[in-house]
Design a protein around this ligand. Structure first.
Ligand code: PRP
Length: 177
């Protein structure tokens, strides 16, 4: 089994690139059916979602826009899901269907705050699309429209997800040993 070492930790391969791409295609196909005629704005949440967004959008074939945002999720020195600001919302989403594209919904706190912030801009509708969901860690009530994969509550890296900012470029997903 393939494994990688990042800084002080060993990770073993858990989801191959071809498995990921198949799941990403499935999600894109659902979006193509559900949102036909909606001209949605895909709002990718940096940094983690960069690779998922790139692959997803290759298979989305309805007219749509892509935009990127970066959240500041720090209160003091702790990342606690306390999203304080939204930087880089450059698209007017008023009256638009928005699809939030995330790499992972963990506790769900980031997503909940993001929904609050985006709703202030009066979109027509907000859909949530995440590559990964950890159902055992979810703390809040969220209606997640598109989930490519549900995974156990292990620390993972790769395909956009980082360990201390490293490993985002791995084309597969690895689990800590
Ligand atoms: C990750 C991920 C989500 C959030 C999920 O972002 O991209 O935004 O954590 O966690 P939650 O459901 O518990 O709130 P992170 O803050 O690590 O930034 P990154 O995307 O730059 O890696």
């Amino acid at each position: 089994m393939k494994s990688v070492r990042i800084k002080d930790k060993n990770f073993k391969l858990s989801i191959t690139e071809s498995e990921i791409l198949e799941k990403v295609k499935n999600v894109a196909n659902k979006i193509n059916k559900d949102l036909e005629g909606e001209n949605p704005v895909f709002l990718s949440v940096l940094n983690g979602a960069f690779m998922f967004t790139s692959d997803l959008m290759k298979y989305v074939n309805i007219p749509s826009e892509i935009s990127f945002i970066r959240l500041s999720s720090y209160c003091g020195t702790e990342s606690t899901g306390c999203v304080r600001s939204l930087m880089g919302l450059t698209t007017d989403i008023k009256g638009r269907t928005v699809v939030i594209v995330e790499d992972i919904v963990d506790t769900g706190l980031t997503m909940l705050k993001l929904l609050d912030i985006l709703n202030q801009y009066e979109p027509k509708e907000i859909k949530i699309c995440t590559l990964l969901l950890k159902p055992d860690k979810l703390k809040v009530d969220l209606n997640i429209d598109y989930v490519a994969m549900s995974i156990p509550n292990d620390f993972i890296v790769g395909y956009g997800l980082d360990y201390d900012e490293y490993g985002r470029n791995l084309p597969e997903i690895y689990t800590v040993e």
